[in-house]
Structures are given as structure tokens and as C-alpha cells.
Ligand binder design. Structure first.
Ligand code: GLN
Length: 499
């Protein structure tokens, strides 16, 4: 049922850097390709493209080559797992013992973690290949990677545009063929929004589905780690590898982890599935091209047999405001650990107090300081009830809206972002405009529910993304819907026109 594609980008080829992780798995197991060959192809593409796109803060070429050699041995022994020999980009807020972890901040420049994040441990154990640490807004605060203390990543579809953020590095790497898969973190949209801007698949799992141990904390009640991929099936594969309870993270959930990849098997018949559409996700400022592509995607889901049901989410309009109380409040507490004493930058001075002040003054960028000040204010005595406690109450109302909607539907669809990727520099002078780019993604974080971003066409030559929200711990359903949609359209077979 493939439809005519806009003349945007180029069709995927047979090059290893164009193939899905599932197809790489098949070819690795059939010995049509070796992990060493796949890794060299990716490293060569990084060497050719990254001086311009700047997806990576650190390229882990030596680590990747050693992991690829080990993966080839493992494949030869017949002991390969789903990700053995598959090249992955890691957002640079995930701790690794064999490469620096900076969160794109001067305060952590050159910092080497003494331990791996749990997701990193799991991928290592599964034989994945780490290509490098990918760019992000400083401490994951932002929507464009322009808050990185090091450099801005460029959007592979249009190098004058942002890749989105904060996980713009891994999103752009997967889109550009500089990684087969990526891991990011999503506190208010930082996986889904850059996935949307870069035309790839991104998934924020249910809060608690994936261990946060070894993720540099931004807002601990909202942060979740999740996959970037070029297909929904690949995202399912990566989620399966990282999901599950972890004794090192008390908020990781004991819920059993289903076989997400198996949930995609079978045909694309969506009869019997009820999909909610909420008028609250139709806001002023939404671009016409985005609305048209998302409306067409909803129509396609109906063609596949799904029943489209109007739902109401009346408190969703408060999500952005309550997020900008809750997230900075938690961030101000989490970032107090960067004090010039324990680790990272230390600007030693006469007194301890001066050391704190100068280290933090020089080490943090403007947006991080803005968040720390907002958060400290919201938590200060006299204002705590008026801001922080009130935001928590509204958060409960937002969650309740979703509970009520999900009593009637299996999933809710919405745009991922109100606009396509905006020009570099367009929003840097206006934090509020920057914050608005997450208006559709933040509600899922406030409610703790999973959200999947799937490419759904192009507007003005740039990717548009459909967001599919699910019930808590029901990633399987949104993956199934995303996969059915993707199979019926073929947007994910397009690649940006890069050399
Ligand atoms: N853009 C949002 C923020 O700046 C979300 C970031 C994120 O999800 N890490 O807070």
C-alpha cells in the first residue's frame, strides 16, 4: 500500500550504513557481512560527514574496533544476541568507563566515569559496538543542541537547521548513517522531538521501564532513557535490550519485559484498535504542513482499520508551565553536586565558598544557570507551596486525564512537535519560544506514559513526525501501531541527501 513519496531525500541503498539493525543482524548471522566491516563502514562515514554535521563529542574508534572483533568471534561461536556487532551512538550523558562523559558541559569536560550506566552495561554484555558519545544540550536542557558548551549539531536533512534536542547528536547520527541505533534521554521530549526533526524513530519508554543508573540526572522524576532507530522494529529491538528492573535504580519497575519485537509480528490489520485524538493537541502556532501530514497519518491508521475516537485532555494545556516548575526544581537539586570538590571542573580559590561560586560560575552555561535559579526559587521557603507543591497537584490532574482517556482507547495520536526543524539561531534569544517546541511531548513525561515518534512525511522538505502515546508499560501496543503505520507508508526508507 505504499504511497507516492515526496521527492525528498533519496531511497535507502544496500550500503551497511543505510541498512536497518534487523537487516544487519540477518547479514551478520549469514556471514554476508562481518562486524568489523560494518564498523569500518560506519567509522569511515563518521570521518567523512562528522566534521560538518558534528553529531559526536567523542568518537570511540578503538573501542568500537575491539568490540567489533569480539562480536565477530561471538558470531563465529554461534552465540550472537540481537545486538551483537550492531553500531550504536550513546548520548553523552550516559556514563561510560572507556570514554569521557561530559553532558556537553564545561563543568564535566574531560570527566571519566568510574562505572558504566546500566544501559551501557547491558549493551556491552550483548556485544553491541559503541561508535561514540553524541552531542546534547548541556545537561539535556534544550531543544536544539545549541545549548551544548562545545558545538551545535546540524540537521542531516538541511544543515542550516537544528537537529532538535536535547538528544540531537544521536538523532542526527542515526539519520545520517553515522550510527545504526542510538540511545538518548527524554525528560520533556528530548528523544521524540529530535527524532521527529531528523526523520527517525524515537521512543520514550514508560517511567521506570529502563534503569536510570548512570544517566547524569536532570529531573529525576521525569528522565527516561530510550532508543533512536531508523525503523520501529529496530527501536523495539533496542528497547528489549535495555528494559527491565535494576537493583541500582529504585524507581526502575518490576514489570515483566515482553518480547517487543514479537509484538510486531503479524499483519497490519488494526481492526478492533481504538485510537484517541485530542483537540488539545491542535494549538495556535502549529505549522500547516505539520497538521496536514499528521491528519493524513491519522487517516491512514483509520484505513488500516483502527477506530478513531475523540478524547479530552483538559489539563494538558498546563503541562508546559508545570514542567518548567518541576524540571528546574529537580535540576537545581541534582546539579548541586557539581561544586568543584568531588569531580569535574575545579576553580580553586581562597575560600571554599569562592571555589563553589567560581567553579559553577565558569563551568555552567547560561541555560543551566537559568534553570538552577528558576528551580531554587520554586523550592525556596515561602514559595515552595505556591509553585512546587501546586505543580505536583496539577501533574496529578494531567495524569488523571490520560487515565480516563486510556479507559476508552488503546493509544492516543498527536503531532510530535508543532513545527519542523527550525533554523539554527532562530530561537536562541527567546527561551520561551524554545520551550514551546516541546508543548506536545512534555505531557507524556508529566504522566509517566510511553511515547513513540514515527516519521509521517515531509513539509518544506523537512521531516514531520507522528507521536503515538500509550498506556503505562504498554510500549508493545504503540510499537505495533507505529510499525503498522510505517509498513503502510515507507517514509522510513528515505535517507537525507548527503554525500
Ligand atoms: N527541551 C526540554 C527542556 O529543555 C526537554 C529536555 C529533555 O527532555 N531533556 O527541558
Amino acid at each position: 500500500m505504499a504511497t507516492a513519496l515526496d521527492a525528498v531525500g533519496r531511497p535507502a541503498t544496500d550500503a551497511p550504513t543505510d541498512l536497518s539493525a534487523a537487516e544487519l543482524r540477518r547479514r551478520l548471522d549469514a556471514r554476508e557481512l562481518s562486524a568489523a566491516e560494518v564498523t569500518e563502514a560506519y567509522l569511515a562515514r563518521i570521518a567523512a560527514l562528522d566534521p560538518d554535521l558534528r553529531c559526536y563529542i567523542t568518537v570511540m574508534a578503538d573501542v568500537a574496533r575491539a568490540q567489533a572483533a569480539a562480536a565477530d568471534d561471538r558470531i563465529a561461536r554461534g552465540e550472537a544476541g540481537p545486538l551483537t556487532g550492531i553500531p550504536v551512538a550513546l548520548k553523552d550523558n550516559l556514563c561510560t568507563t572507556d570514554a569521557d562523559t561530559t553532558a556537553a558541559s564545561n563543568i564535566l569536560r574531560g570527566f571519566r566515569s568510574p562505572y558504566d550506566a546500566t544501559v551501557v552495561t547491558r549493551l556491552r554484555g550483548g556485544g553491541a559496538v559503541f561508535l561514540g558519545k553524541a552531542n546534547t544540550d548541556e545537561f539535556a536542557m534544550g531543544s536544539s543542541t545549541e545549548n551544548s558548551a562545545f558545538f551545535t549539531t546540524r540537521n542531516p536533512w538541511h544543515t542550516g537547521r537544528v537537529p532538535g534536542g536535547s538528544s540531537g547528536g544521536p538523532a542526527a547520527a542515526v539519520a545520517a548513517g553515522e550510527a545504526a541505533l542510538g540511545l538518548g534521554s527524554d525528560t520533556g521530549g528530548s528523544i521524540r522531538q529530535p527524532a521527529g526533526f531528523c526523520g527517525v524513530v524515537g521512543l520514550k519508554p514508560t517511567y521506570g521501564r529502563v534503569s536510570r543508573y548512570g544517566l547524569l540526572a536532570f529531573a529525576s522524576s521525569l528522565d527516561q532513557i530510550g532508543p533512536f532507530a531508523r525503523t520501529v522494529a529496530d527501536a523495539a529491538l533496542l528497547l528489549g535490550a535495555i528494559a527491565g528492573q535494576d537493583p541500582m535504580d529504585a524507581t526502575s519497575a518490576p514489570e515483566p519485559v515482553p518480547d517487543f519485537a514479537a509484538a510486531l509480528a503479524g499483519d497490519a490489520d488494526l481492526r478492533g484498535v481504538r485510537i484517541g485524538v485530542a483537540a488539545e493537541y491542535d494549538v495556535d502556532g502549529m505549522e500547516a504542513g505539520v497538521k496536514a501530514a499528521v491528519d493524513a497519518a491519522v487517516g491512514r491508521l483509520a484505513d488500516l482499520g483502527a477506530e478513531i475516537v475523540p478524547v479530552r485532555l483538559p489539563h494538558t494545556k498546563y503541562a508546559l508551565a508545570t514542567y518548567y516548575i518541576t524540571a528546574p526544581a529537580e535540576a537545581s537539586a541534582n546539579l548541586s553536586r557539581y561544586d568543584g570538590v568531588k569531580y569535574g571542573l575545579s576553580v580553586e580559590s581562597e575560600t571554599l565558598r569562592e571555589t563553589y561560586e567560581r567553579t559553577r560560575g565558569e563551568g555552567f552555561g547560561a541555560e543551566v544557570k537559568r534553570r538552577i535559579m528558576l528551580g531554587t526559587y520554586a523550592l525556596s521557603s515561602g514559595y515552595y507551596d505556591a509553585y512546587y507543591v501546586k505543580a505536583q497537584k496539577v501533574r496529578t490532574l494531567i495524569k488523571r486525564d490520560f487515565d480516563q482517556a486510556f479507559a476508552r482507547v488503546d493509544a492516543i495520536v498527536a503531532p510530535t512537535s508543532p513545527t519542523v526543524a527550525f533554523p539554527i539561531g532562530a530561537r536562541t534569544d527567546d527561551p520561551y519560544q524554545m520551550y514551546l517546541s516541546d508543548v506536545f511531548t512534555i505531557p507524556a513525561n508529566m504522566a509517566g506514559i510511553p511515547g513513540l515518534a514515527v516519521p509521517c512525511g515531509f513539509a518544506d522538505g523537512l521531516p514531520v513526525s507522528l507521536q503515538i502515546l500509550g498506556k503505562p508499560f504498554d510500549e508493545a501496543t504503540i510499537l505495533r501501531l507505529g510499525h503498522a503505520y510505517e509498513q503502510s507508508e515507507g517514509w522510513t526508507d528515505r535517507r537525507p541527501d548527503l554525500p
